[in-house]
Design a protein around this ligand. Structure first.
Ligand SMILES: C[S@@+](CC[C@H](N)C(=O)[O-])C[C@H]1O[C@@H](n2cnc3c(N)ncnc32)[C@H](O)[C@@H]1O
Length: 210
């Protein structure tokens, strides 16, 4: 997180709470899963839902499902007939996400694609109207390069954790923050795109075609 915990709590307290099916997912995630810091939660979920509300995407791609919170938030604002494909290579997490989708009012709009995300992406034609990159950080540049040619003309990429708790200012060599720095520099130097880093939660970069 880049904002102090009190400010993060204030932002959450003044953000529309998660609907009951997502509150139950969050509770079950925190109670039963490992690595719960990966749960993006309500503020970022509502932010992504707002992007969907504005952009009215037909096809959303999420790279990194975890337990499916962001996928369900995005699905909640989709127009009729649109869908989210979310990529997860961990079989237990994919099963957990599917179990919750089975009882969710938006479950029929979300498909969990199990397997390495780059393989899933290579089998999809697109065009992607919205892509949320939120899996292993060292592969962010590869994800970006894999989805950009399949991004719709007015599509958006949102990449998570791009300020990495502030560590981007002074990254350990070869650490995760250094991978994020490589991604940020790669995108900033790319004449094909226009981008902005927003200090939402741990940093979210929005990227579009130039
Ligand atoms: C940060 S979590 C995703 C959080 C989720 N987007 C959310 O907002 O709640 C990253 C997830 O990506 C998955 N992952 C990591 N590397 C992957 C890969 N190469 N292909 C597919 N999934 C991957 C991890 O198992 C993990 O569940």
């Amino acid at each position: 997180m880049i904002t102090p915990p009190e400010l993060e709590a204030y932002a959450e307290a003044h953000t529309t709470p998660a609907p009951p099916h997502l509150a139950a997912l969050h509770e079950d995630t925190l109670r039963t899963q490992s690595a719960t810091q990966m749960l993006s939660g309500t503020v970022e979920g509502r932010f992504l839902e707002m992007l969907v509300w504005i952009a009215l995407p037909r096809l959303v791609l999420e790279i990194g499902t975890y337990t499916g919170s962001a996928a369900q938030f995005m699905a909640g604002a989709l127009p009729e007939g649109a869908r989210v494909i979310t990529c997860e290579f961990d079989a237990d997490r994919a099963a957990f996400a599917r179990e919750h989708l089975g009882t969710s009012p938006v479950g029929d709009r979300v498909e969990v694609a199990e397997g390495p995300a780059l393989e899933t992406i290579s089998g999809l034609d697109g065009p992607f109207d919205l892509v949320f990159i939120d899996a292993d950080k060292p592969a962010y540049v590869d994800y970006y390069e894999a989805v950009l040619p399949k991004l719709a003309e007015r599509g958006l990429i949102a990449a998570d954790n791009t300020l990495f708790g502030g560590e981007v200012l002074d990254p350990e060599p070869d650490g995760t923050a250094a991978a994020i720095v490589r991604f940020n520099d790669h995108v900033a130097a790319d004449p094909r795109t226009v981008q902005v880093i927003l200090p939402v939660r741990d940093g979210v970069t929005l990227i579009r075609h130039a």
